[in-house]
Design a protein around this ligand. Structure first.
Ligand code: FAD
Length: 422
């Protein structure tokens, strides 16, 4: 039995920031990650560029600086995808420099320790066999809300018909001739090829049978290294990655799409004649699974209106409602929903009816449409940082996260320079 002040499960953008933030408040932290590297989608998922923006002074800026990418390019117009190989080391060095964090890699949580409705720890499968971790506060940063699910929290998945955004495997290509090779950041982009909007040209190529219809929206992001593109285009629809038997068939199809797309780009897109695929995610990229129902469920109208909350802990979050079509290519909605910089309230991070547990990252409490905005990595990092501070305070004050005085949390956050109010 290992005892800590705060347990963070999942070392993606949210989990890393949660662990560092809690540690900087003096909490003894365990950071538990099922893979052999830290970073979640920042490394093993091969996801970039870091999109979205948040108010000033968050750990998001620190991470971006570590990864050598531009700050606050919320939609990716000038956003360069970071170098994933370098990120594996730089993020590890960053975490290793924190005194209070014990890191458990290749350790996967499989159950929770519970007393009534209070989570008191987690059980993990490790190379040593089962490991038990206890702490007054556990933070679920698994993306899939696994801890909350195991704790019996109420969860939701997908839109009304249950369909979720498609799974994707991002990959990086090298060898693009920058003088001719276009960039396309997605449906907000009107870049042209031969006088036609590139994304319409892609649809035309699908109509001719050159690529499957469902991957006819080629997103080609620039990278920090010239001559590279981050390709966010493969997709399989109708997959629920929380269903274990659905993972391998999806992953196989995605890897076959990488081969097909690399050949297609080489043969059809000027400047891409000499490209090679130099890397891809080591795990299927999951945009959407469980959303943990919390004390408050935020919706997309609130994001569109730039809502403000008295219990704000993430301020001025900004990204579009980016719903990749659960049924086909491109976006699910014809008109892209833009948002005003919005707040996320503390209550979205508290699973309803469960004590001792907080969530951060893409599994927080919101609707399917709201999730499509706040799921981007800048916002997930700011969430993790805020929740990490809250967890450390709860542990120090021997109160549950729900009992924590949010005003005291806000004043501590403001004191370390995190912008929370207009
Ligand atoms: C294909 C794709 C493209 C995207 N494009 C962009 C983009 O361009 N820009 C952007 O900003 N965002 C993008 N996103 C969204 C963004 O990457 C995610 O929403 C974000 O990474 C979520 O952060 P997180 O920390 O909540 O989860 P994750 O990054 O998923 O991290 C969760 C971590 O928890 C670990 N974990 C899970 N289960 C367990 C367990 N049982 N035990 C221990 N550890 C566990 C995982 O291994 C992982 O390391 C994209 C997502 C996908 C899938």
């Amino acid at each position: 039995m290992k005892q800590y002040d705060v347990i963070v499960v999942g070392a993606g953008p949210a989990g890393l920031c949660a662990a560092v933030a809690a540690s900087r408040q003096g909490a003894r932290v365990s950071l538990i990650e099922r893979y052999g590297i830290l970073g979640g989608n920042l490394t093993s998922g091969y996801v970039g560029p870091i999109l979205g923006s948040v108010g000033k002074g968050t750990m998001r800026d620190e991470v971006c600086a570590i990864l050598g990418v531009k700050e606050n390019d919320w939609i990716g117009e000038q956003g360069n995808a970071h170098n994933f190989e370098q990120a594996k080391l730089s993020l590890a060095e960053w975490i290793a420099s924190e005194k209070n964090i014990d890191i458990y890699l290749q350790t996967s949580i499989f159950d929770v320790l519970k007393n009534g409705n209070r989570v008191e720890g987690v059980m993990c499968a490790s190379n040593e066999g089962p490991l038990y971790f206890k702490a007054p506060v556990v933070i679920d940063c698994t993306g899939d809300g696994i801890v909350a699910f195991l704790a019996g929290a109420e969860v939701e998945k997908g839109r009304e018909d249950g369909l979720m955004q498609p799974v994707t495997l991002e990959f990086t290509i090298d060898g693009v001739d920058e003088s001719r090779g276009l960039i396309c950041i997605g449906d907000v982009d009107n870049v042209q090829l031969n006088g036609v909007r590139f994304l319409d040209w892609c649809k035309g190529m699908a109509d001719k049978g050159k690529i499957p219809q469902k991957i006819a929206a080629l997103r080609l992001h620039p990278c920090v290294e010239k001559g590279r593109r981050q390709v966010n285009t493969t997709q399989v629809n109708g997959v629920d990655i929380t269903r274990i038997e659905q993972i391998f068939p999806a992953d196989l199809e995605l890897r076959q799409q990488i081969r097909l797309l690399t050949e297609f780009l080489r043969e059809n897109v000027p400047g891409y004649e000499n490209i090679t695929c130099i890397g891809s995610g080591c795990t299927t990229g999951v945009r959407e699974t469980r959303r943990v129902v919390g004390d408050y469920i935020i919706d997309a109208d609130e994001l569109a209106n730039g809502c403000r909350f008295a219990d704000v802990i993430v301020h001025k979050a900004l990204f579009i409602v980016d719903i990749h079509n659960p049924e086909g290519a491109g976006q699910a909605e014809e008109k892209i929903q833009y948002c005003q910089p919005y707040d996320l309230p503390y209550r979205c991070f508290l699973p309803k009816g469960i004590e001792g547990l907080m969530v951060a990252g893409r599994c927080i409490s919101g609707t399917h449409r709201a999730h499509a905005s706040y799921r981007v990595m800048s916002i997930c990092m700011a969430m993790g940082e805020a929740v990490g501070i809250a967890a450390a305070m709860s542990a120090q004050q021997s109160c549950t996260p729900r009992e924590l005085d949010v005003t005291a949390l806000q004043s501590l956050m403001s004191g370390i320079g995190i912008e929370l109010f207009d």
